[in-house]
Design a protein around this ligand. Structure first.
Ligand code: ADP
Ligand code: 5GP
Length: 225
């Protein structure tokens, strides 16, 4: 039987990979879909671990052959989720996490309406900038224009937050990880009342004070839902 599909999106540098790793440590039975990308490996990334690194030619062949659940062009590179990732999770009997951008997420929300969507955001643009800088220093690449592009892109992506069922502010890692764990347990029907309450506070439409504060700091106009 196919498991639950979790769609996770976040502006680059929000701490999504860190958070996803932490949640997978806390909750068993969560597979991570390894996407295909045409971008080059970064830092210590390895082919087949973070991504399947491939060429534009091979990616375009896969598009034409209908091998993707979704795909998008992000920062000038292709990224996509292969349909085979769903088969693999199904064979393992696990739920599946898709770490995909907003364009890909909107495609999956259309084709798989039962998928549970989660948007992760940093508490403020200042914190996002600091995390982007720290990461690029740690990886030995200091590229100002990449940081500027990603900050601008973050604002655009945040405009789509109301399309996601849940919104998590990744301020304190442990707190955000417990929130995401609760969301997974609620989707599985395994949550205690306290975990259910925690997940309910993260519903995007509930507009928690932390969410409102983060959106305000990015200058995102708050729609009443
Ligand atoms: P993403 O996957 O969203 O691009 P990363 O997981 O690579 O982001 O995180 C970006 C940087 O921020 C990394 O250096 C990471 O260690 C740091 N980071 C992530 N979450 C937190 C947090 N809650 N508090 C402080 N630093 C964090
Ligand atoms: P990065 O290059 O920082 O790893 O990822 C850049 C962006 O591409 C992130 O927003 C990430 O979520 C997105 N991304 C990664 N894999 C996929 C994918 O398979 N499909 C889509 N649509 N986006 C992806």
């Amino acid at each position: 039987m196919a498991g639950i599909l979790f769609i996770i999106s976040a502006p680059s540098g929000s701490g999504k990979s860190t958070l996803v790793n932490e949640v997978r440590r806390l909750v068993p039975g969560l597979d991570f879909s390894i996407s295909y990308t045409t971008r080059k490996p970064r830092g210590s990334e390895e082919d087949g671990r973070e991504y399947h690194f491939t060429t534009r030619e091979e990616f375009e062949r896969m598009i034409a052959a209908g091998e993707f659940l979704e795909w998008a062009e992000v920062f000038g590179n292709y990224y996509g989720t292969a349909l085979s990732a769903l088969d693999l999770a199904s064979a393992h009997g696990t739920d599946l996490l898709l770490d995909i951008d907003v364009q890909g997420a909107l495609q999956v929300m259309q084709t798989m309406p039962d998928a549970v969507s989660i948007f992760i955001l940093p508490p403020s643009p200042e914190v996002l900038e600091r995390r982007l800088r720290n990461r690029s220093q740690a990886e030995g690449v200091a590229n100002e224009s990449v940081i500027e592009t990603r900050l601008a892109e973050a604002r655009t992506e945040l405009q789509k937050i109301d399309d996601y069922k849940y919104a998590l502010v990744n301020d304190i890692l442990d707190q955000a990880a417990s929130e995401m764990r609760s969301i997974v347990l609620v989707a599985r029907g395994d949550a205690t009342p306290a975990e259910g309450d925690l997940a309910a506070q993260c519903v995007t439409g509930a507009r928690s004070p932390r969410l409102e504060s983060a959106l305000h700091s990015f200058g995102v106009t708050i729609r009443n839902v």
